[in-house]
Ligand binder design. Sequence first.
Ligand code: C2E
Ligand code: MG
Ligand code: MG
Length: 570
Amino acid sequence: GAKVLHRVLNTAKGVIIQLCALLEIRREGLVCAQAATPEDDTARIIAAAGDYAALMHRPLHEVDVPHVRQALQRCLEARASQFGPELALYFASSGGRGMAAYVDAPRLGGLERHLLEVFCASMSVGFENVLLYHQLQALAYLDPLLHIPNRNRFIELIDTHLREPAGVTMAVVDVDDFAGINQTLGHGFGDALLQALGTRLGEHLGPGVVMARVAADSFGLLGPDAVVNPARLAAALAAPLAVQGQGLRISATSGLVRLGAASPQGAELLKDAHIALKQAKQRHRGAAHYFTAAMGTDARERMRLLRGLREAFEAGRLFVVYQPLVSLADGRTLGTEALLRWRTDEGQFVPPDQFIPLAEQSRLIVPIGEFVLRSACHQLKRLHDQGHAGLRMAVNVSQAQFRDPGFVDMLARALRETGVEAHAVELEITESMAAEDFELMMSVLAEVRRTGVSVAIDDFGTGFSSLSLLRQLGADRLKIDRAFVHEIGSGALRGTIARMVIELGRGLDMQVIAEGVETQAQRDALREMGCHEAQGYLFARPMPAGALETWLQGGPAAGGPETAAARPPG
Ligand code: C2E
Ligand code: MG
Ligand code: MG
């Protein structure tokens, strides 16, 4: 509940900030949302910036700037963005009630409109599950199912207690396998179970204990040490619960924190309780554990991981895998993307989404990135020599690499020493990298381009850059983020974003590639939308160099038939 509210209000605020950045105008604007029920269709302002700031929370009809009010009203009535004379953008929500955003924008061209449509569709995803405005108010503090404080309120209550922490304990009680119960017995049953458990805890622990719902399947408790402790919790759960007429014995795991001994803030304390909870679950379900400083924090865990990464890199245990990029028109393999892999001594793979950010923060990405680039160039040379002429190699690069003053020299050296043709190499950068430090990005990109290497914008659609910024970057390719590909045929938007990104890319004269293509339906839809290339499990998984060479021998290498592309990876 509260999470949703928080997300909605943040998204609404974010809409104004991002819109203004996108259009390169002063941060000034309004977002309004329609109310929930048929009796009350008042639209209210849920985000306001600049001159409009004072209008926050007011009903739309009280907005005393006529052209702004009318633009927003027209937009909500038409359920469509209004591009002139005033700019009002429409964000659909699944309930059919929408939101509208107004900013003081100049007249827009066709491409800007495309960009804004991509933006709106993407933001609508963020607004999914948006609750109507007056519901939002109550949701800010109460759990709608159990009518007890929610997580946000609980954190506030902890903060209050922290002023006199002696003798107070906070616990998070998590129902074991709640997801399984929900799935097998239905959500109605799951809700009834939570209600029964709430009642039980309340009766057993008494009015001196604050009870809240802190997540779908967990309760927060706050009270005297003598009441909130493992023994009392176990006693409360000993007898079966009556759920929909059945006696149900449940198991729950708890994490406990003594207020005086731990973090000085409610939100942090809740995290500590979750760390204790996680440890308890690892030992055995149904256990209860107190948080101790020795359990460490996220920071310590990250340090451990970073040390492991450094050791693995030095010991040569990092390696590169390659995932084919195929043409949607005829299924030919056009190239591959190099993806870094880390297998620990115990044979476990650590996902790059986990260790790349660490490597970036510590700048370990500079030597690691050089290793990836050299491995990829070396492999590309081999493939060309094996007769797969014309294949391209895409290599991901991070912001930290771009910031390194030696980057372009390193790139030129790697190209020279491996003997690959520069135009067959493509660097993938992300949109947010470009937005963060535009000056630096432009100057490095200019030098990169002088080497002959091309550039793709990765994960496009997840961070928004202005159209002029996109144009100036002059990248060769846009890569649609896999989240939007996944949406095709499943999400509420049915691929709208993918379609818009493709149109935007084509409008900017760029090649467009879709990543994360897993089904034939996605492939067919993308092809129909005019997307040029694709990458994904449907065609092949990332694979080690040797496997790639075999795959290319038997596979749909340059000129191969389209149907062969859909066979399982070799
Ligand atoms: P990315 O550059 O967007 O890479 C595409 C990711 O999508 C890869 O995940 C790939 O395995 C995955 N993928 C490919 N096809 C499918 C599919 O059909 N379905 C699904 N669900 N996923 C698919 P991976 O290898 O885990 O890499 C994750 C991210 O880590 C990459 O995203 C990239 O941002 C980063 N990364 C990986 N290697 C490097 C590297 O050498 N340097 C840098 N700087 N970043 C890297
Ligand atoms: Mg990539
Ligand atoms: Mg990507």
